[in-house]
Unconditional design. Structure first.
Length: 346
């Protein structure tokens, strides 16, 4: 309860509205994730006492029923008293999960602040090495569920892969800028990544909602790190050339995967121009904000949709998503695997 009280005073959940890239209000809108600017290091969303559930900003309509729909249906058909007590208990669990996540993220940030206060590119290299890991972990667990026939949702696998592809390009950019020059930095980043992968696999299997919130914390920190760097070094960055890997990634031919990870945008609506290093960092920062929004949306079970799901090409995937098995976390998956007959789904 102490953690709940502490975190409630530090964080507030708001809907996160996507500003256009390069917008001067971008940073301001992002910081609306918190009510107090000076204290918290992590600006991820936090459930408040007067909220029923983490709010989700959706600019694309969802074909899949959300927690709120399911909750409403259960309230209408079942015992409202037991639903209300289970809802209070769930709110308490969410707050505990989020408090643990924020404590863990802040602890890691303190260590990174100490080690990398004067070496920006090395810090970014470490961050980007770590940043891809949760997407690998989500995909590993989802593939396991898929193999067992417990869960099949094409959109989740597609979007998480596109997110890891985006983070890999951030990493390649940092490597081209020399962030991986020191053996110690590579050793530290890669060993944190192994630990983080194992932790995320377990967390995601037990509570997908908690794992997605943890990732939101990490992405939120990445956004702030780049935003601060751009504000401090902006003029110098404008005089430096963009790494080739960045030009190819952001302006290359096929941008399907670039659009795929930006789940609150319609494909083809964000096409960066890359003329110098400043443009590169602005776009990396904007990517981090897109990851943050996606991780927030994922905290409502079944909410995630590929931005390409409405296109004619992906009709098959959309149909698959609506027809196939669904479960939330390994306990729910095991329970449903015992009580349901897969033949009925066909
Ligand atoms: Fe990144
Ligand atoms: Fe990121």
């Amino acid at each position: 309860m102490a953690a709940t009280t502490l975190s409630s005073s530090l964080f507030a959940t708001t809907t996160f509205k996507a500003p256009p890239p390069h917008s001067s209000s971008f940073s301001h809108n992002f910081n609306l994730c918190t009510t107090r600017q000076s204290l918290p290091r992590v600006r991820a969303t936090m459930l408040q006492d007067n909220e029923e559930k983490v709010k989700v900003k959706e600019s694309l309509p969802s074909k899949i029923s959300t927690f709120d729909d399911a909750g409403k249906a259960s309230m209408e058909s079942g015992d409202s008293t037991s639903s209300s007590s289970s809802s209070s208990f769930e709110k308490f669990v969410i707050k505990v999960e989020q408090s643990v996540n924020i404590f863990l993220t802040d602890s890691v940030i303190k260590i990174l602040d100490t080690l990398y206060h004067d070496r920006d590119y090395a810090r970014f290299f470490v961050l980007e090495t770590i940043a891809r890991v949760p997407y690998f972990a989500f995909m590993s667990v989802l593939h396991m569920y898929e193999s067992f026939g417990w869960w099949r949702r094409a959109d989740y696998l597609k979007v998480h892969f596109a997110e890891s592809w985006n983070e890999m390009h951030h990493l390649l950019i940092m490597e081209e800028l020399g962030g991986n020059a020191w053996w110690f930095d590579r050793f530290l980043a890669q060993h944190i990544a192994i630990f983080y992968y194992i932790m995320t696999v377990f967390m995601y299997a037990i509570s997908p909602r908690m794992a997605y919130h943890f990732s939101e914390c990490v992405e939120s920190h990445a956004f702030e790190t780049y935003d601060k760097f751009i504000k401090a070094q902006g003029e110098d960055l404008k005089k430096l050339p963009a790494p080739e890997v960045a030009v190819n990634y952001y302006t290359g031919g096929d941008l399907y995967l670039f659009d795929e990870f930006q789940t609150s945008r319609i494909p083809n609506t964000r096409r960066p121009k890359i003329e110098n290093l400043y443009d590169v960092f602005v776009n990396i920062r904007d990517d981090e904000a897109e990851h943050c929004k996606t991780m927030k949306a994922c905290q409502t079970h079944g909410n995630l949709r590929s931005p390409h799901s409405d296109s004619a090409d992906d009709d098959g995937d959309a149909a698959l998503s609506n027809l196939e098995a669904d479960c939330e976390g390994i306990v729910d998956c095991l329970k449903k695997s015992v009580t349901s007959n897969p033949a009925k789904l066909k």
